[in-house]
Design a protein around this ligand. Structure first.
Ligand SMILES: *Cc1c(COP(=O)(O)O)cnc(C)c1O
Length: 398
């Protein structure tokens, strides 16, 4: 008879561990909202917006109901709609493209680079030709800071300036990160984020925010999120929407923001330890110089049979996830939208090879070793580096 206990469950993202640290404070913050009763856009929302401005260095922060609405509001603020094209990476959470469709514009799906999984500049340029061929006016490009790492905005910015595009940063996964000494929130013309519970800075429900340095845009976004009513006038000149942040969520976020810098540090320590242990068995993410990540996901590229890799991890009690198994341009609802090229080969290649490992600030040393041991067992043997590198025409022989 076996007396061995099954291994304790290791969490992919452990929100309970965070509650053990700051739960009591958060509960008191929520109770204060219950007492004052200003449940929508209450004083905590205002306080949170000012705190997020200070944290990011952006001039304006406008909170809203979720990260998808944040994108929609950013697009509406630019008057983007039918007849307009917005260039979007295909290797992302589908909400990036969904928001474009929701405002009546056409997403043009663009490939990503294999290092950072970010919008690829060459593919972006081809996407602009496609917009012209479809007689669409290219108005904006949405850069996604995938898995928590900010993209190279300077490259995109050059192309955007040439073509008069607004650069929108979808920072749903990267809020708190930085590039070249600038925090996310200041890297694009308009930046959006999400406070969905599993994001690096998450609340206890849905939430989102928009960041910009442009006073006029900020005013417009603030007006749009509340039915187009600005409060100063009796008339309404913009068709708005209802996308307000609940005060309870703001109260939760204010408490979480206090420990956020320490949590980011803990995520980075875990990422460094992962890389040290498993680089060479799987391809680990690399940070470019002067770039920090908040590691929304720690996503590796595996060689060989991914299903078998995932099964070996799962048998060892290690939860994994695949972000993303299907690039947006291959989803049934999105496959008829224009794309930069017939195939978007890097995204398609990545979607068959990526695996995300458990990542949260409270994952301790013992659990970390369980993860890295499982990964090494699942990978089987150190890889020949070549097979991890996307190559559209693999060498027949060396
Ligand atoms: C989560 C996410 C969104 C959407 O955020 P919600 O708050 O769930 O609406 C948008 N883009 C990316 C890249 C995301 O990861």
């Amino acid at each position: 008879m076996s007396t061995t206990l099954p291994p304790t469950a290791l969490q992919f993202i452990d929100l309970a561990a965070q509650r053990r640290r700051i739960g009591a404070r958060m509960d008191r913050a929520i109770a204060r909202v219950m007492l004052h009763g200003k449940f929508v856009l209450g004083p905590e929302v205002e306080a949170l917006e000012r705190k997020l401005e200070a944290f990011s260095g952006a001039r304006h922060c406008i909170t809203c109901a979720n990260g998808t609405d944040a994108l929609i509001l950013a697009l509406l603020a630019q008057s983007i709609g039918p007849g307009d094209a917005v260039l979007v990476p295909t290797f992302t959470f589908l909400a990036t493209a969904e928001a474009v469709v929701r405002v009546g514009a056409t997403p043009i799906l663009v490939d990503v680079d294999q290092e950072g999984f970010h919008l690829d500049a060459t593919s972006l340029a081809l996407g602009l030709n496609v917009a012209r061929r479809h007689k669409l006016k290219a108005k904006a490009v949405i850069v996604v800071d995938l898995f928590g790492q900010p993209a190279s905005y300077s490259t995109v910015r050059r192309l955007a300036a040439e073509h008069g595009l607004v650069v929108i940063g979808d920072a749903a996964q990267s809020f708190g990160a930085s590039r070249n000494g600038r925090m996310v929130g200041t890297l694009a013309d308009i930046t959006t984020t999400s406070f969905y519970p599993s994001k690096p800075l998450g609340c206890y429900g849905d939430g989102g925010a928009i960041f910009t340095n442009d006073d006029e845009q900020a005013d417009r976004i603030r007006t749009l999120r509340g039915h187009g009513q600005s409060g100063r006038f009796r008339d309404v000149s913009l068709i708005g929407m209802n996308s307000r942040l609940d005060t309870i969520q703001a109260a939760v976020l204010l408490e979480k923001l206090r420990v956020f810098p320490a949590e980011i540090e803990a995520r980075n320590a875990l990422a460094r330890a992962y890389i040290e242990a498993i680089q060479g068995f799987v391809r680990c993410p690399q940070l470019p110089a002067r770039t920090t990540s908040v590691w929304a996901q720690f996503t590796v590229v595996v060689e060989g049979d991914r299903d078998a890799f995932v099964r070996t991890c799962s048998d060892a009690g290690i939860p994994t996830a695949v972000h993303y198994a299907t690039p947006v341009h291959m989803l049934t609802a999105y496959r008829d939208f224009p794309r930069a090229t017939e195939d978007l080969p890097v995204a398609e290649w990545l979607s068959r090879r990526v695996v995300s490992l458990p990542m949260h600030p409270y994952l301790g040393r013992a659990d970390r070793l369980r993860v890295t041991n499982a990964v090494i067992a699942a990978a089987g043997r150190p890889v020949r580096r070549r097979s991890h590198v996307f190559d559209p025409q693999p060498a027949v022989s060396d």
